[in-house]
Design a protein around this ligand. Structure first.
Ligand code: GLN
Length: 245
């Protein structure tokens, strides 16, 4: 549900369980990039057993180990309809790693446990005994604009896309969803799922602002995001790109 407030309300799903590789840093980037533009930000942390709010503009879920994914998966499925209604109203989702896997149809762990997912993304993930780890560079096109997005991946799961979603990026360096099809992550409307940690957003300010612009639209906030001095991010990106493309 959207209204005329200017603040973005962000729901952080399972902050205690899904916060692999300091994924929480993505929240800090959202907050600071809004505050630097004089905009307000409200964080709603949603833990195990709590109802997902339906009136947030942005929903964030981070990565996690299989055992943490197993702890939250049943509750997540019980809240999937709330999330789906928020998304249908135009809210934005950013899902990283294990959180991305759990927003797909299912994650079959290497031990053979099937974790049913929320089914937001038309993807399925199967665990394997070998992990895909290392720096990643992908080419991403959103809102007609193409950029290289960099990050770090570490996942045992191999994710495959169904016809209802598009890949988030095409792999230039690294493994991506499954080390085979050259795809990384998935998008569906304003929902983005990716394997990229780092955390993702400090090195990819363009992506952070794209997601914030979508969230501001949902909040009916008629504001332009002014350019920021992203020099440190530019240097950090250059360091990763030297090791990749
Ligand atoms: N446990 C999952 C896997 O290994 C997700 C890990 C992650 O969040 N990077 O595939």
């Amino acid at each position: 549900m959207s209204n005329n407030r200017s603040a973005i309300r962000l729901a952080y799903l399972y902050p205690k369980h899904l916060n692999f590789y300091a994924d929480r840093g993505n929240i800090t980037v959202f907050k600071r990039r809004l505050e630097w533009r004089g905009l307000t930000f409200e964080l709603v942390e949603v833990g195990l057993g709590e109802s997902f709010p339906e009136d947030c503009d942005l929903y964030y879920i981070g990565g996690g180990q299989d055992r943490d994914q197993a702890l939250v998966s049943e509750h997540l499925v019980s809240q999937a309809a709330n999330l789906r209604r928020a998304v249908d109203s135009g809210a934005v989702v950013l899902a990283i790693g294990g959180g991305f896997q759990l927003l797909g149809h299912s994650y079959l762990t290497v031990q053979g446990t099937k974790l049913v997912g929320a089914g937001l993304f038309d993807v399925e993930t199967t665990g394997t005994a070998t992990r895909l780890c290392g720096d990643v560079a992908i080419e991403v096109c959103l809102d007609g604009h193409t950029e290289t997005v960099v990050g770090y991946e570490n996942h045992a799961g191999r994710t495959s896309l169904g016809p209802l979603c598009k890949p988030f990026g095409s792999v230039q360096f690294g493994f991506g969803n499954n080390a085979e099809d050259g795809f990384e992550g998935a998008t569906w409307g304003r929902c983005v799922g990716t394997n990229l940690h780092g955390p993702l957003l400090p090195k990819n300010p363009w992506l952070a602002d794209t997601l914030l612009n979508w969230a501001l639209k949902h909040a009916n906030a008629k504001v332009e995001l002014a350019p920021l001095d992203d020099n440190l991010a530019v240097l950090a990106r250059a360091a990763v790109l030297r090791n990749t493309v």
